[in-house]
Design a protein around this ligand. Structure first.
Ligand code: PMP
Length: 460
């Protein structure tokens, strides 16, 4: 690979550190360089076409060639290419986008703070929790409960709220101020013979015990993705969130919903909060907010929190927080156009129409010898890979079966994602049933390759 030092591949290896990549191995394999996009497809620089079954990083909801977003960016670039919203200045796109968001978010949410990425939106959510509790005279009520397998980003504090060892180990994370509670996967963490209802009872009891042990007066908020994405596409039991929220309310602990993946139709309703009965005090959004065409995210806070922090900022004379690019007019114009497209084309109705097909095709693969559980909701799903269905023994990471399945799907022109013991799909929301078939046909064939390899290694 990359024997010509002037090739893009060689220049990539010589110049770039890639996120979430085995950097040593990358020197051998080199990059796959994407050159253009069309609908749900992307093309690499050799012209090979891939169906993007992950919407990039769970993000490109409208596919890769939405001209209206290009035009919205161009119009704003020509009118006012950049400006900030510090010190009381503002721009029309940032105002209109805040209004458009507030029209669709769950009730009770009343003000918007912009940022540029999911990590920043979550860091910002934590800082609001801290500032708010200072504002209401509860300066000890600051710790945040995250969950095992939660993913909230990679900045120092979002990375700390994240509950995945791979993101902590060697990075000196988590820093202080974070507590951890259970992941709501009955399949992975249910005890033998435990029903789903008993499982939820146990998790709710564990949360209550954690809060009582640590002291509710020291805990400010709980953060959760409605459906964990990177942690394994964990779909919670139906009554999990209402039960958890009942405990949180009793202890005056705020609910932060991380909608970075679930937001804007992914789960079949506008927000994961709507699908799973969550009433957030703070909600973070990114990714599909702009169909990922430009970096923009938001932390949406309740009117009640907004009132207190506004009064507090008034008292101390400043709200000393904000990103240079918060509400960037070009990113905001693109996001606003994205929300308009969702509404005009009724993207939710489209998801509700095609999602059952994706879910049915996923569920059909539960019969595959390598699959322990097929799970998902809306247009997001996963297959849990096991060596033994009865004991739910997940595939060992060292076997490399997940990555092999991903590679074989890619050879067949379909991009999916794999962890060592699961494979994930999260296609653009505009996907058609025929494209879902193309995605799932390649995934099933790649799964058979994975099975052949697992058998060769004597794993099952
Ligand atoms: N929260 C969730 C649920 C995510 O999936 C991600 C990114 N995959 C983030 C936060 C972090 O977003 P970013 O990579 O834009 O910082």
């Amino acid at each position: 690979m990359a024997s010509n030092p002037n090739s893009l591949a060689a220049r990539d290896i010589a110049s770039l550190i890639h996120p979430y990549t085995n950097l040593e191995k990358h020197k051998e394999t080199g990059p796959t360089i994407m050159a253009r996009g069309d609908g749900v497809y992307v093309y690499d620089d050799s012209g090979k076409r891939y169906l993007e079954g992950m919407a990039g990083l769970w993000s490109t909801s409208l596919g890769f060639s939405e001209k209206r977003l290009v035009e919205a960016a161009t119009r704003q670039m020509e009118a006012l290419p950049t400006y900030h919203i510090f010190g009381g200045r503002s721009t029309e796109p940032s105002i209109e986008l805040a209004e458009a968001l507030l029209k669709i978010v769950p009730k009770g949410l009343g003000k918007v703070l912009f940022a540029n990425s999911g990590s920043e939106a979550n860091d910002q959510a934590a800082k609001i929790v801290w500032f708010y509790h200072n504002a209401i005279g509860k300066p000890l009520k600051k710790r945040i409960i995250g969950r095992v397998r939660g993913y909230h980003g990679i900045t120092v504090f979002a990375g700390s709220m994240t509950g995945q060892v791979a993101n902590h180990i060697e990075w000196d994370l988590p820093i202080g101020g974070v507590l951890r509670t259970d992941c709501p996967s009955h399949y992975l963490f249910g005890e033998p013979g435990e029903t789903e209802a008993q499982f939820v009872d146990r998790l709710v009891g564990n949360l209550e015990a954690l809060i009582e042990r640590e002291g509710p007066e020291t805990i400010g908020a709980f953060i959760a993705e409605p459906v964990n994405g990177a942690g394994g596409v964990i779909v919670p039991p139906k009554d999990y969130f209402p039960r958890i929220q009942e405990v949180l309310r009793r202890h005056d602990i705020l609910m932060i919903a991380d909608e970075v993946i679930c937001g804007f139709g992914r789960t079949g309703q506008m927000f994961g909060c709507d699908t799973f009965g969550i009433e957030p005090d703070i909600m973070t959004v990114a990714k599909a907010l702009s169909s990922a065409y430009l970096p923009i995210s938001a932390t949406v806070i309740s009117e009640a929190i907004a009132e207190k922090i506004t009064a507090h900022a008034g008292k101390i004379g400043n709200f000393a927080h904000g990103f240079t690019y918060a509400g960037h007019p070009v990113a905001a114009a693109v996001a606003l156009e994205t929300l308009r497209i969702y509404e005009e084309r009724d993207i939710i109705a489209h998801v509700q129409e095609v999602a059952p097909h994706l879910q049915a095709r996923l569920r059909a693969l539960a019969a595959h010898p390598l699959v322990g559980e097929a799970r998902g909701v809306g247009l997001i799903g996963a297959l849990q890979l096991v060596t033994d269905k009865a004991s739910r023994t997940v595939l060992p990471a060292a076997a490399g079966i997940g990555p092999l399945i991903q590679a074989r799907a890619m050879e067949r022109g379909v991009i999916i994602r794999a962890s060592p013991d699961a494979v994930f799909v999260c296609p653009p929301l505009i996907i058609t049933k025929a494209e879902i078939d193309e995605l799932m046909d390649a995934l099933s064939a790649a799964l058979d390759d994975g099975l052949a390899e697992a058998e060769k290694q004597g794993l099952l």
